[in-house]
Design a protein around this ligand. Structure first.
Ligand code: PMV
Length: 330
């Protein structure tokens, strides 16, 4: 009746931005990401017949009601509703090897680990496709953290909950010579949640061109991966990130995730590239600039990002594994 699982964050090289079916959390665009070996969440789930409520601890501290509500809804989704007495209540304990308050994406690793632990604790049969469908309903990017290495998340069909799931394009061992350098920007005022940012972006005049141009970016990225062509993959990644932000910026009202250090980070990465260093910018629904680069150049890229005013520290991440069950018993 209990299980422990771990999952790692992933960073999209071709971005997911927009929903085809909000109720089922189906993405409007296909996306492609790299699961990284840094930023790991470990989550234990223990179903307990004596409990009268779910409990959630994040990094040993009781979580706020909003986070608990989100986890309870996900447990309902994974193993059936507690309200209908179809499942026991659970104690969920989650720890991150990175500061959650730092504004780094934690929902992908968190919901991938929670999905796997909850399914195992409930003694349910599962496979990566089913786990990915479940994780996606809590957070689109979590669907991709079920698998390691380079991962594709498909769009799916409106009204069909199991129509969008992640598939592995290349395992972490198949193309190990990739690095993502993350520049941690100084603590900014509360950002707009990705779901709110996506909903608001539907008012952007660039929303339709954004969604219609995504499949071509996926095709280019898949081709670059097949050829292990870092410059080609980097070019797609930088363009996809800038187009996602262009779409969001042009919404009404505009959705602005970019901060000073984010934009300066982009310029620092492009300056390195002009000097022959293979590095391409990306960034998500937050202020942290990130760069795709090679293992040989990662330290230099990290130094350049660390010099950007407002960047507090950097993380160098390599391709990482998918979600793993560390311990499960019924
Ligand atoms: O998984 P969500 O709902 O938090 O959305 C993630 C959105 C981006 O991180 C901006 C892009 C992506 O593909 O991960």
């Amino acid at each position: 009746m209990q299980a422990l699982a771990e999952a790692r964050a992933n960073i999209a090289l071709v971005k997911y931005w927009g929903k085809l079916d909000a109720a089922l959390n189906l993405p409007a665009v296909p996306s492609l990401s790299l699961t990284v070996d840094a930023l790991t969440t470990r989550t234990s789930v223990r179903f307990d017949p004596s409990r009268t409520l779910d409990a959630l601890f994040i990094d040993q501290k009781p979580a706020d009601p909003r986070a608990l509500g989100r986890v309870s809804r996900h447990l309902d989704r994974v193993v059936g509703s507690a309200a209908a007495n179809a499942r026991m209540f659970a104690e969920v304990r989650s720890t991150n090897d990175f500061p959650t308050a730092g504004g780094l994406a934690s929902s992908a690793s968190a919901f991938a680990a929670l999905t796997l632990a909850a399914v195992a604790a409930a003694g349910r049969e599962s496979d990566p496709t089913k786990l990915s469908v479940l994780a996606r309903q809590a957070s689109g990017s979590a669907a991709r953290s079920i698998l390691g290495g380079l991962v594709l998340l498909g769009v799916g069909t409106p009204g069909q909950v199991d129509s969008s799931f992640a598939t592995q394009v290349a395992s972490e061992g198949e193309w190990p010579d990739l690095r993502l350098v993350i520049g941690i920007a100084s603590e900014a005022p509360k950002e707009i949640a990705s779901t709110d940012g996506m909903n608001q972006s539907e008012s952007s005049p660039y929303y339709a061109p954004w969604t219609s141009s995504a499949p071509a970016d996926i095709a280019r990225a898949m081709d670059a991966i097949a050829r292990r062509d870092l410059p080609a993959l980097g070019a797609v990644a930088e363009r996809s990130a800038l187009r996602m932000h262009a779409c969001a910026l042009a919404a009404d009202p505009g959705v602005v995730y970019l901060r000073g250090p984010t934009v300066e980070g982009l310029h620092a990465i492009r300056k390195l590239r002009a000097r022959g260093v293979p590095a391409w910018f990306t960034c998500d629904a937050g202020p942290h600039p990130k760069a795709l680069t090679s293992p040989e150049d990662a330290a230099q890229v990290a130094r350049a990002l660390a010099e950007v005013p407002g960047i507090q520290r950097t993380i160098i991440a390599a391709p990482g594994k998918g979600a793993l069950l560390l311990d499960g018993q019924r």
